[in-house]
Write a protein of this length. Structure first.
Length: 535
């Protein structure tokens, strides 16, 4: 069932470890160390839940991590490898088991399991659970992709991210679990690397949750592992993961605020930063349901990849951090930065740009999605209280507005591929926005060539004030904005051959658990007619 040699081998593939993996991150282990122990856990090892991800038409990745004491450095585990069995059934009660596979969880990767399942039927639900040392995990639901070219009547998914733990409860994740979706696109900021002492939330409100006092800013592998473990103990987040497959990506806070390629805002020497990046990346891999193709090699990972949902929807998950040009003009929200328009600037890097161009050319689906992290549309921040009043537009240089030539190349790709319905999915800003993409963003008569749905945060920024923008000023300066909200929540998308419907879901408050989640606004795009219609 394995596509390529793996560091988490099934028992019958153990001999491959010493051969093919040789020069990898893990390196060769002595044969004896590969033997699993007859482990008996004193307490539940499945404290971090289960997850599925990166579906294919015949399978998906099934994830868990053994951690009976999740906040401890090793999760309460010894250095012994542990055999974990994975059962897959075609019914929610797990009465009809269709597959059982065996994996080895190793301390080298924090006793995480990434079982790549193949040979299943396309376009249908499966259910799964893990067993280890007599313990049994909760049951999760996964779903295979439809067969290539299948015509589908509907796909429902959520786009979500930015979930700073201290800033609020994960009520939005519970709502996503209740939605019973086909998948979730996670745009990043799964964790925040800050120390427990750093000011949290918007307007320095009291934090609804506090991290343990021994949680410093994340720099080491242990720091990052403990941070993921803390976040993943949340029952609402676990429920969302157990409800459907995720397509994980990452943004800046899985590593360090506003990092770019081999640099961070503190001007850490590149060599030193790359060690931090490697540790952050390893912890990301250990905690995400992604494939061995996403196994890091030192500080590098291939995180951009694509998913085709029959003839209805193509999703390109992009990486806007690893290959980008460093933010121009010293980063920030600035008026006037000529460097942002330099021809050499990029958000994707040339290899990813080429991959995307090829993929778009081959894309036959009705809807083509760029699932990524930072704002693609032009946007003027005048009207927000944290920026100065200026005569010229204020630009966020950490977004595609800081690499306008890179944006123009992607726009040209969409045009060259004849894409009638590009949809850009974004996060990052802790506010929700729906925008029309126009050649001339200030001219409502300029042709609209696509739309961007920017999801608000699950929890980051906390509840905040009733509004954080002078809306009249913001809308006057940004006529392409058709919806704005500064509440917490997520975006739920319902895609059919005739239309794309985006429901902007907001949580009344993240300061206490269990608050209502509402649809603040629904916007629709008709197939073949780019532009937003409010419903
Ligand atoms: Fe964020």
């Amino acid at each position: 069932m394995l596509r390529q040699p793996s560091p988490f081998l099934s028992l019958d593939r153990r001999s491959l470890l010493r051969g093919a993996l040789g020069a990898g991150v893990i390196g060769a282990l002595p044969a004896r160390a590969a033997e699993p122990s007859g482990v008996a856990f004193k307490s539940d090892p499945f404290t971090l839940g289960v997850a599925s991800g990166d579906p294919a038409p015949d399978g998906f990745v099934l994830w868990t991590r053994l951690a009976p004491e999740p906040l401890k450095a090793r999760g309460g585990m010894s250095s012994q490898p542990v055999e974990v069995s994975v059962e897959i059934a075609d019914d929610p009660a797990m009465t009809r088991i269709v597959r059982t596979v065996s994996e080895i969880a190793r301390l080298e990767l924090a006793h995480s399991v990434h079982a790549e399942i193949e040979g299943l039927a396309p376009g249908r639900d499966y259910f799964y659970r893990f067993r280890a040392g007599g313990a049994e995990s909760p049951i999760g639901r996964a779903r295979t992709l439809p067969a290539a070219g299948d015509s589908l009547s509907q796909i429902r998914f959520a786009a979500a991210g930015c979930q700073r733990w201290e800033d609020g409860y994960y009520t939005a994740w519970r709502a996503i679990a209740d939605d019973k979706l086909d998948f979730v696109f996670h745009y990043g900021d799964y964790i925040y690397e800050y120390a427990h002492t750093e000011v949290t939330g918007r307007d320095k409100q009291p934090a609804p949750r506090t991290m343990p006092a021994d949680f410093p800013a994340c720099f080491t592998l242990t720091d990052y592992r403990r941070r993921y473990a803390l976040y993943k103990t949340d029952a609402d987040l676990q429920a969302a993961h157990a409800s459907c497959p995720f397509l994980p990506s990452f943004d800046d806070h899985e590593f360090a605020n506003n990092w770019a390629a081999d640099s961070d805002p503190k001007r850490t020497p590149a060599d030193a930063f790359l060690f931090r990046r490697a540790m952050a990346l390893q912890a990301w891999y250990e905690h995400m349901p992604v494939r061995r193709a996403q196994l890091p090699r030192g500080p590098d990972v291939r995180a951009y990849r694509g998913f085709r949902f029959g003839s209805l929807l193509d999703v390109a998950v992009l990486d806007t951090r690893q290959y980008r040009s460093r933010q121009p003009c010293g980063d920030g929200f600035l008026a006037g930065c000529a460097e942002a328009d330099d021809e050499s600037r990029t958000m994707l890097g040339s290899a990813q740009e080429q991959w995307l161009a090829e993929r778009l050319k081959q894309g036959k689906a009705t809807w083509q999605v760029l699932a990524q992290q930072v704002m693609f549309a032009q946007f003027d921040w005048r009207g927000f209280p944290f920026v100065k009043e200026t005569a010229a537009p204020i630009i966020d240089l950490d977004t595609w507005n800081g690499a306008t030539a890179g944006r123009a190349r992607v726009t040209a790709m969409l045009e060259a591929a004849g894409i009638a319905n590009p949809v850009v999915l974004t996060g990052d800003l802790h506010r929700a926005l729906a925008m029309e993409l126009r050649r001339d963003w200030r001219d409502p008569a300029s042709p609209c060539f696509g739309v961007e749905f920017l999801s608000t945060s699950i929890s980051s920024f906390g509840d905040g004030p009733a509004t954080d923008a002078d809306r009249a000023t913001m809308l006057r300066n940004n006529p392409h904005v058709k919806f704005f909200s500064d509440k917490r929540g997520y975006t739920r998308h319902t895609v059919t051959p005739a239309q794309w419907q985006a429901d902007f879901r907001t949580v009344d408050s993240t300061a206490t658990p269990g608050q209502p989640v509402r649809t603040a606004q629904t916007l629709v795009v008709e197939a073949g007619r780019p532009g937003l219609i409010s419903r």
